[in-house]
Design a protein around this ligand. Sequence first.
Ligand code: GTP
Ligand code: MG
Length: 400
Amino acid sequence: MRVKRYVVNALPEAVSMIRSELGKDAVILNTKEIRVGGFMGMFSKKKMEVIAAIESNQANTPAQPQRKASPQANEALEQILHTVQRTASAVMEPPIVTPAEKQTGRVEQEQSIIDEIRDLRQYMVKLSKQQGDHTALSEQLYELKEHLLEQEVEMQWVERLIQAIIDKQTEQKSEFTKEQIWQLAAEQLEDWLRPYGGIGISSAVRVVHFVGPTGVGKTTTIAKLAAEQTIKQGRKVGFITSDTYRIAAVDQLRTYANILNVPLEVVFSPMDLPRAFKQLEERELIYMDTAGRNFRSELHVSEVNSLLHTSEDSETVLVLSLTGKTKDMAAVADHFSKYGVRKVLFTKLDETSVYGAIFNLIMNFEMYPTYLASGQTVPDDIDRFQIETYIQHLLGSSSR
Ligand SMILES: Nc1nc2c(ncn2[C@@H]2O[C@H](COP(=O)(O)OP(=O)(O)OP(=O)(O)O)[C@@H](O)[C@H]2O)c(=O)[nH]1
Ligand SMILES: [Mg+2]
């Protein structure tokens, strides 16, 4: 081991000497304040003694370029080192002082260390503020970000939203209050969602197909919508079901058909469709129920799709339950969107408090939300999709 003593005015001076003489791996063993020169304890000068060491086989290794730190960061580090070393040596090894200095010198020295630590703290706060403009978020923005992530809004959208608010803040040269931030978030979300709002199921089409994974609520939803159309709108509705996979499936829809006094046709293959349409030809609106399948498999998607191409003016609605996993919902939506399906209906709103999947789906697959179902009661538990209401759900009470 090679040990070297440096006497300097301040530690940073010694650090650069140690680096160039002993190399980057040198360690500081000790530092202490000393007094040099003078006459009989008077006129001496304050200096710092620094003892540094290096393992002999590492000595004189030229300093390697390190991970590039900013000049401010280097300066800050040097200062921290300086203060820590000074504090340590002051605590561990009180400096030798003359009796005359005893009264005032010691107190002064302690005070100067305290002052230095305080200055350093202020400097670090200032530095972190300067550097944090781009990385750290204000408490309010952080809260918004956390909220949206908890709501399972995808990170890319959360980041875009936060950036949009930061940009507005920079533009207006002022930091917004929490209320302003949540208000801006609501406005931005509305801007993004507006093109997809207020479209719903077209009232011009005669045939509406409902497709979606097992048990999401397709049949129940059909009953709810049929009730609205027959009872409230006075339209003549007919049902077709192709769900012949499950024994009770046809009976389930037949029960609703009987209650609503709506004719029902059962089809076993696409070949049966012309006959079914013929039977229902005087009906103004036809709802077609399909079997729930594992639509993460594209094969099942293409299978159901073969039923959807009729000569009739039709549209297809993908039904998804909000209790499903966001990733699985996205996979299903992805498959159906390849077949041109652009309308989506969400069910089981009542069974969740996490709403981000709706936003992700609309934005990522450019799908138009039609209705939101929120319970098992036919016909009441369904509403048209309203962007403003949805945003209130998504942002929760904090937005108010
Ligand atoms: N909580 C809640 N339950 C619902 C909602 N919609 C439907 N359900 C229930 O979900 C279950 C399945 O509903 P179905 O209408 O049979 O679902 P489906 O998509 O037709 O199912 P398959 O035909 O088997 O694929 C039933 O118990 C419904 O009462 C809803 O919005 N909220
Ligand atoms: Mg069903």
